[in-house]
Design a protein around this ligand. Structure first.
Ligand SMILES: Cc1cc2nc3c(=O)[nH]c(=O)nc-3n(C[C@H](O)[C@H](O)[C@H](O)COP(=O)(O)O)c2cc1C
Length: 311
């Protein structure tokens, strides 16, 4: 019997090289150290950190999470220690893992703060890529940067001039046209898009007649949002030629495959980490198996390979 070659799971996103295309999503994996006893971190394709801001933030009022049908709502509000503490206290552990580290950053105050953060991170060799979180729904703002094509263009243009590191722009599904925003991020020079952040949502305790979240509203994640995310990945893949990191309700190999077939180059596992910290490693194993079973040598045999009546 001829033994089939092991499938090649490696992918490139700009100058970021991943040994496999499965990462963990920002805000659902802390700074990885929290998960060290539950999963072999070195096997991950990459780790995306909790979003960092210049100054530390305490986040929103509790309760900050609640369960919803097929998902969860969160209103964490970007709780984080701030960039200096992150570099001093969190980064040393991440550096030792010797896998790509993607640092997620945001600012509530001004776009200039993104530039300050990028300048600092650009100096650190072990930071493999920077993810611009311009789509956090849990800030007290009327409009997100990623809800406006021109604001998105301006912000990405500013940070693009500062760093050669791989730049990923994370977009919000809470928009009329995801392709319009995606195009503006691409035109401004982003290397890749992360699709999608959470969908705006609200849950009410009917007995107390109060919102279940302390911040009243939050972001919906988990399997409930998967079809929305898959559609957005598919739309952007078809209209705009740029690598996409797909996420939104990925729980297992089958759900990850939906994203690859829709056009994602890599995927991020989020809410699933709270239920099964091994989910991302199981997906890596499952992808290997799927590719072996279907005689697919590398991921280009799956990415964007949706069959329609036209092909
Ligand atoms: C508790 C929680 C905290 C999150 N915090 C962040 C964050 O700090 N930065 C960010 O870009 N996305 C954050 N997200 C969004 C996720 O990274 C991801 O985009 C979203 O949850 C969809 O993926 P999922 O359905 O697999 O969770 C958070 C999500 C959850 C559930």
């Amino acid at each position: 019997m001829v033994r089939k070659a092991k499938p090649d799971l490696s992918v490139s996103i700009g100058n970021l090289k991943l040994k496999n295309p499965v990462m963990v999503a920002s805000g659902t994996f802390g700074y990885a150290e929290e998960f060290r006893d539950f999963i072999d971190l070195k096997k991950l394709g990459a780790i995306v950190t909790k979003t960092i801001t210049i100054k530390g933030r305490q986040g929103n009022l509790a309760p900050r999470t609640c369960e919803t049908p097929a998902g969860m709502l969160n209103s964490i509000g970007l709780e984080n220690p701030g960039i200096d503490k992150f570099i001093k206290e969190k980064l040393p552990f991440l550096k030792k893992l010797a896998i790509p580290i993607i640092v997620s950053i945001a600012s509530e105050e001004s776009p200039e703060e993104f530039a300050i953060l990028v300048k600092q991170l650009d100096l650190i060799d072990e930071v493999s890529a920077i993810e611009l979180n311009i789509s956090c729904p849990n800030l007290q703002k009327d409009k997100l940067i990623s809800q406006d094509a021109s604001d998105t263009f301006k912000l990405v243009s500013v940070v693009r001039k500062i760093t050669q590191k791989c730049l990923i722009t994370k977009l919000s599904p809470n928009v009329t046209s995801i392709c319009e925003i995606a195009q503006s991020a691409k035109d401004a020079g982003t290397d890749a898009l992360a699709l999608i952040n959470t969908l705006g949502g609200m849950s009410i305790d009917v007995n107390k007649r109060i919102p279940k979240l302390g911040a009243w509203v939050g972001g919906l994640s988990g399997p409930a949002i998967r079809p929305v995310a898959v559609k957005m990945v598919w739309e952007v893949y078809n209209k705009i030629k740029i690598p996409i990191i797909g996420m939104g309700g990925i729980m297992d190999t089958e759900s990850a495959l939906e994203f690859f077939i829709a056009g994602a180059t890599a995927v991020s596992v989020g809410t699933a980490n709270f239920i099964n910290p091994q989910a991302s490693l199981e997906i890596i194993g499952g992808l290997n198996q799927y590719m072996t079973d279907n005689d697919i040598g590398n991921l280009s045999g799956i990415i964007g390979r949706l069959k329609t009546c036209k092909n």
